[in-house]
Design a protein around this ligand. Sequence first.
Ligand SMILES: *Cc1c(COP(=O)(O)O)cnc(C)c1O
Length: 362
Amino acid sequence: MDFIDLKSQQARIRQDIDRRISAVLDHGQYILGPEVFELEERLQDFLGVRHAITAASGTDTLLIALMALGIGPGDEVITTPYTWISPAEMIALLGAKPVFVEIQPDTWNIDPDHLAGAINERTKAIIPVSIYGQPADLTAINRIAKDAGGIPVIEDAAQSFGATHHGRRSGALSLIGSTSFFPSKPLGCYGEGGALFTDDDELAERMRWIRLHGQERKYHHPIVGINGRLDTIQAAILLAKMEIFEEEIALRQSVADGYAKRLADSVLTLPVVAEGNTSVYAQYTVLSSERDALQARLNAAGIPSVAYYSVPLHLQPVFSGSGYHLGDFPITERTAAAGLSLPMSAYLTSEAQDRIAEVILQ
Ligand SMILES: *Cc1c(COP(=O)(O)O)cnc(C)c1O
């Protein structure tokens, strides 16, 4: 059993992928070829945004967004301690300070009730992460950011691409949205990739320049940028995967329903989808007070599982100079100690789910 089954999907669309990769090999425009711009249009339509800007990864997208906002030394950027390191890492890379805010006990996303208290005159941006596939409460976060004088909000939708918040797609919920096309994400390519989303024309232009060495037009560089482009071949692969993505979202949700049904009587805490949200279940994550024992039992039965973010970001050595300590974020720390992600993909069979549930309920 695979933790994330990428093979079944590939078997389904292999011909289309081969055809699209061949087309790239034939035209030979490996960098910013036509597939890149076709994909950006598809993404704009999918999210209902004015601009989609593809990039080399879902980490570069965060870096590009922060650079476009002019974040630098002396600035503070608020983010969540319960996630992959990229947002906090890119904040620190630019010389700014990541300021962590406690998460909600049920959705495990940043808690808007703790947000206002973390804002001060140095706060230059907020990066909520939509963890495990469910949008953060961007309605409340946007309102708090606006009331605080219009602080830019960048949603890290690396895990939630395809999910919705009050009918609007994740990635299109704030000033800037960022996603990743890492192979195991809900929409993944066969290498590195990511994209940025915004309705703001000026920001979009700056982010396009930064993606390409700060270049406005050939050999004219008004600002500092990076080499942050998505490969044409990855764009071609993503175009093939976009064809079946809506259907896969529905399949992922029915797999999640299958888990919820089978595990309803267990002692585990199951994921909760807040009112107004849908989730794409990048992960199906449960909480167990005996997480390590449960993982060992699954392991012995040949069932893979992952304890993501078991060391939350405020306790990572790289941020040890930031003045955070064990006990600062009890809900984060409790979730990090109890969280276990089970096998998840659109193609997980009900027989596999039966087996997983059987081992868990033993
Ligand atoms: C995967 C991920 C990223 C980074 O994406 P890459 O494409 O691997 O750089 C950033 N943020 C979150 C929340 C992620 O899950």
